[in-house]
Design a protein around this ligand. Structure first.
Ligand SMILES: [Ca+2]
Length: 534
C-alpha cells in the first residue's frame, strides 16, 4: 500500500498561500553538467515513469521547492522517500541555503538504499538522513522541533503520521499533503483535521504523469485559527531578516524608492546601508539624511570605495548636509563594515545589491569567507528581455558599469537571487497608484518625492514640478525579493558575465535564481503602494 505520494510540507511563517502556476518540466539549468543535482533529478524522473515509482513530478516539485525556499527550514521531515526524487528537490534548497536537514522515512529497505545512493551521487548526502521504517512509528520517535514536513506515504497513514508529528511542529510550520486530487477519500480524516484546526488550502496542478493528469496538494500552515486572525494585521510575529543594502543611491532615483521600501518593510532589519560606485561620499549623505528623516539613525551608514567626486542629480538635497552630523555610526571604510557585519552576525546576512558592485568585489577579495555567511540578492543583468521589456537582452547598467566586479559577485559561493531587467525593468507606478504615494503625508515619502523632483530638475531644468508617474523602479524588486518571491516566477539559470556587460545563460555559469517573469505585476505595484503609504 505504499503507492500513495503523500507530501506534507510544513513551512512555517508563510504569510500567503497561493496557487502555483504549474510551470513546466524545464527547470532552471535543466539537464546539463552545470547543476549535477538537476541531472540526477532528470534521471530519476525518467526512471520513476518507466518502472513506475510514484513521484511528485516537476510541476508539484517546483512548488514544493518554492515552499522550502520561502520557509528556510532547519528540519524537514519527509514520509515516503521512494528513490529520493522529491528529497533531491528539498535537499537542493537546503544546499543552496547552506544549512538545514532533511529526515526522510522509507519503509522499503531497498528503496531506502537506492535513495541514499542518489543523495550521495547528487552531493547532498550531508543534508539528508534516510530512516528505514514505518513512518507512523518513526514520526513518534523523532525529537523535533520540525519546521517543514512532506508526507509521501500511504493515504491512510497521513492522519496517524500527522498526529505523531503535530506536537513537534514549530508555530508557523506548513504541512503539504500530496495526492489530494487522487486520494481525498482515503485521507479524509487527515484533511478534516487540518482544515478545521489550521489555515489550510488546496492547490491544484496540471501534471503530466503516466498515472495522472490533474492532482492537488493540501498546504497547511500550523497556526491556530484564532492566532491567524490575531496576526492578520501588521503585527505578525516573525523573525526579521538581517540585511545589508549596497546602493548607488543618487544616480537613478529608484534606489531612493528602494531604500524607502526597505525602511517600511517590517520583515527586514537593516544592519548597514553602504554607498557603492562613483562618488560614495555624496551617496552616503543621501543615505544618512534619509535615515534621519525616517528616524532610523540606529542604522549604520558605510562609505564605499570612492571612485570619483562631484556628486550627482540629487546633490541639491544634501548640499547643506554634513555627514559628521549623522547621529548614528558612519563607517569611513564601508567595505570593512560589510565584512564585519557579515562575519559578526549570528545568522546569515542577506546582502541586497542595487548598483554596480566594486564594494562587493573588494570585500570578497579581502575576506572570501563572507560568501559562506551571506546570500546575495541583486538587481542585475538582463536574461531574455532588455530595457522597457524589449525582446532582446541588454547590457544592463549595474553590470556594464563594472563587469569585473559583477563577475566576482556572480562567481562567489553564496546563494544568489537576482531581478534582471526581465522583471525589474517593467515596474512603474502610474495614475492613481502613483498619486497615492505622491500625496502621502509621511515625512519619509515626502522626502522621497522631493528627491524625485530634484532629480527630474537636474536632468531638465524645465521639467514640470508635478508628474503623474514614477520612473522605472528597478531596485524596489530586489528589496521585495528579500521578503518574498510569491509574485514572480523564479528560474534557476546558470549565468556568466561577459566583458561587454551581458549576463548570458551558459552551462559553465553559476546557477542563479532569476526572477524571470511576473506572475502578477499589478499585485506587486499594489504591494509597493501599500507599503510606501502605510
Ligand atoms: Ca541602483
Amino acid at each position: 500500500m505504499s503507492r500513495a505520494l503523500a507530501v506534507v510540507v510544513l513551512a512555517a511563517g508563510m504569510a500567503v498561500l497561493h496557487m502555483a502556476g504549474g510551470y513546466g518540466a524545464d527547470q532552471p539549468g535543466a539537464g546539463s553538467g552545470s547543476d549535477p543535482i538537476q541531472a540526477i533529478i532528470d534521471e530519476l524522473d525518467k526512471e520513476c515513469r518507466r518502472r513506475p515509482v510514484f513521484m511528485l513530478g516537476p510541476e508539484k516539485a517546483t512548488r514544493l521547492a518554492e515552499l522550502v525556499r520561502q520557509k528556510k527550514p532547519e528540519v524537514v521531515v519527509e514520509c515516503g522517500t521512494a528513490i529520493g526524487y522529491s528529497g533531491l528537490w528539498i535537499a537542493r534548497e537546503l544546499k543552496q541555503m547552506g544549512r538545514g536537514k532533511l529526515i526522510t522515512i522509507e519503509i522499503d529497505p531497498q528503496r531506502a538504499q537506492e535513495a541514499q545512493r542518489n543523495f550521495h551521487r547528487a552531493g547532498v548526502a550531508e543534508y539528508v538522513t534516510v530512516r528505514v521504517g514505518d513512518a507512523r512509528v518513526v514520526a513518534r520517535e523523532l525529537a523535533g522541533p520540525v519546521d517543514f514536513v512532506l508526507l509521501d506515504c500511504g493515504y491512510e497513514n497521513y492522519y496517524p503520521v500527522f498526529v505523531a508529528l503535530e506536537p513537534k511542529l514549530r508555530p508557523g510550520a506548513v504541512v503539504v499533503a500530496d495526492n489530494v486530487g487522487l486520494g481525498a477519500g482515503a485521507m479524509g480524516d487527515y484533511l478534516k483535521r487540518v482544515r478545521s484546526k489550521y489555515r489550510s488550502r488546496t492547490e491544484s496542478f496540471e501534471v503530466n504523469l503516466p498515472w495522472a493528469r490533474r492532482d492537488a496538494m493540501e498546504v497547511t500552515v500550523i497556526e491556530t485559527a484564532s492566532a491567524a486572525s490575531a496576526s492578520a494585521g501588521a503585527a505578525r510575529p516573525q523573525r526579521k531578516t538581517p540585511v545589508i543594502l549596497d546602493t548607488d543611491i543618487g544616480d537613478d532615483i529608484d534606489d531612493t524608492w528602494a531604500l524607502t521600501l526597505l525602511l517600511k518593510s517590517p520583515e527586514l532589519e537593516p544592519k548597514l546601508v553602504v554607498s557603492d560606485s562613483g562618488d560614495t561620499e555624496y551617496r552616503a549623505k543621501i543615505i544618512a539624511r534619509l535615515l534621519e528623516v525616517a528616524k532610523r539613525t540606529e542604522i549604520p551608514v558605510g562609505i564605499g570605495l570612492r571612485q570619483k567626486s562631484g556628486g550627482g542629480r540629487q546633490a541639491a538635497w544634501v548640499k547643506e548636509y554634513d555627514l559628521s552630523r549623522y547621529r548614528g555610526k558612519v563607517h569611513r571604510d564601508g567595505v570593512g563594515a560589510i565584512i564585519r557585519t557579515i562575519l559578526d552576525s549570528p545568522e546569515p546576512i542577506t546582502l541586497i545589491c542595487i548598483g554596480p558592485v566594486p564594494n562587493i568585489q573588494a570585500a570578497l577579495e579581502r575576506e572570501p569567507k563572507i560568501a559562506t555567511r551571506a546570500r546575495f540578492i541583486g538587481m542585475h543583468g538582463s536574461v531574455r528581455k532588455g530595457y522597457g521589456g524589449r525582446s532582446k537582452p541588454d547590457a544592463e547598467w549595474n553590470v556594464v558599469a563594472n563587469p569585473a566586479a559583477c563577475r566576482k559577485a556572480f562567481t562567489a559561493a553564496w546563494p544568489m537571487t537576482i531581478t534582471p531587467l526581465d522583471t525589474c525593468g517593467l515596474v512603474r507606478l502610474k495614475g492613481e497608484k502613483y498619486r497615492k504615494v505622491a500625496q502621502c503625508k509621511d515625512p519619509l515619502v515626502q522626502a522621497l518625492m522631493e528627491n524625485y523632483r530634484i532629480w527630474r530638475k537636474a536632468q531638465d531644468p524645465k521639467a514640470p514640478d508635478e508628474v503623474d508617474a514614477s520612473s522605472v523602479l528597478f531596485d524596489t524588486v530586489a528589496v521585495y525579493l528579500a521578503i518574498s518571491t510569491d509574485l514572480v516566477r523564479i528560474e534557476r539559470i546558470p549565468l556568466v558575465v561577459t566583458d561587454k556587460g551581458f549576463t548570458v545563460p551558459d552551462p559553465q555559469g553559476k546557477p542563479i535564481d532569476c526572477a524571470i517573469e511576473w506572475k502578477d505585476l499589478g499585485a506587486f505595484e499594489d504591494f509597493l503602494v501599500q507599503r510606501l503609504t502605510q
